[in-house]
Design a protein around this ligand. Sequence first.
Ligand code: UDP
Ligand code: MG
Length: 318
Amino acid sequence: MDVMETRSTITVLVPCYNEQESLPQLFERMDRLIQTSTDLSYTLLFVDDGSTDNTRQLIRNYSDSHSYSEFIFLSRNFGKEKAMYAGIENVYTDGLVIIDADLQDPPELIPEMVKLWRQGYDDVYARRKSRRGESWLKKATSRWYYDILQQVSGIAIQKDTGDFRLLDRKCIDALKRLDESERNSKALFSWIGFKKIEFLYDRDKRAAGKTKWNYLKLIHLAIDGITSFTTLPLKIATWAGSLVSFIAVVYAVVVLIRTLAFGVDVPGYASTLIVVLILGGAQLLSLGIIGEYLGRVFMQTKNRPIYLIEEEKINKND
Ligand code: UDP
Ligand code: MG
């Protein structure tokens, strides 16, 4: 099949943020992989997302002695999403693998992903069989979240999947066109479509260093996922508002008739307070929801570049 012949070069994109502890191990394992590969030409692309430790020096040294290693250093910490976009915009090979610097995604699986790619699949995404080292709460909340997201967005969302995947040129070009500033890769990978296939693996523990995630960031990402997939929360606000207005009108009529028939009755403090509180809460919530979307519009209309590069070593001809 001629698909085989055109699928011969691949870039491994590694976003890094303060990864000095894991990088030496990553270099070693990637080297071993690249040296044993016969029918595939590798490029390593490190995107440093504003590290403040020794990460940049390690990458620079490694790239000096390894011709297949390239790098982009961003001008500050932009977040993994934007760091990945910086990488995606600078891929010149037939395929792209995105992998974490902390070796939670074993690079040794790449050849197996390549096999599937060469069978004609465009997006070979790795799905975790197990999530070792993650708490019960994290697993459960993540499952619920994606179930809901899938329901409300109507787009098939890959569960237990991170950014570890092999993307064909078609997908890379598609992703390059999605230049929105508020990025949610999971949404984007699902949105582009193409021939997808899952690939089961065991996600390892972080090799070294600390995760940059915390619950606050996760909640942020979760809200981001919903607002970038669907405008349903806005509709819910409208429906809830309409329902409450309707009930209010009915209640007003009841109160009016009762007052006319039986005269003014003073007690009613509790019911008044409840209504005021519920309405106030609903209004604030709706405002918040509108604010989330408006914020996205605001960020996008500023039309700023998604990231800025401070230093790079990219070979555009391969
Ligand atoms: N990362 C990044 N920018 C950030 C935070 C993280 O480029 O602001 C990189 C990090 O170096 C790692 C990957 O994103 O290669 C995943 O980060 P982490 O391991 O902290 O997340 P987790 O695996 O816990 O979800
Ligand atoms: Mg990690």
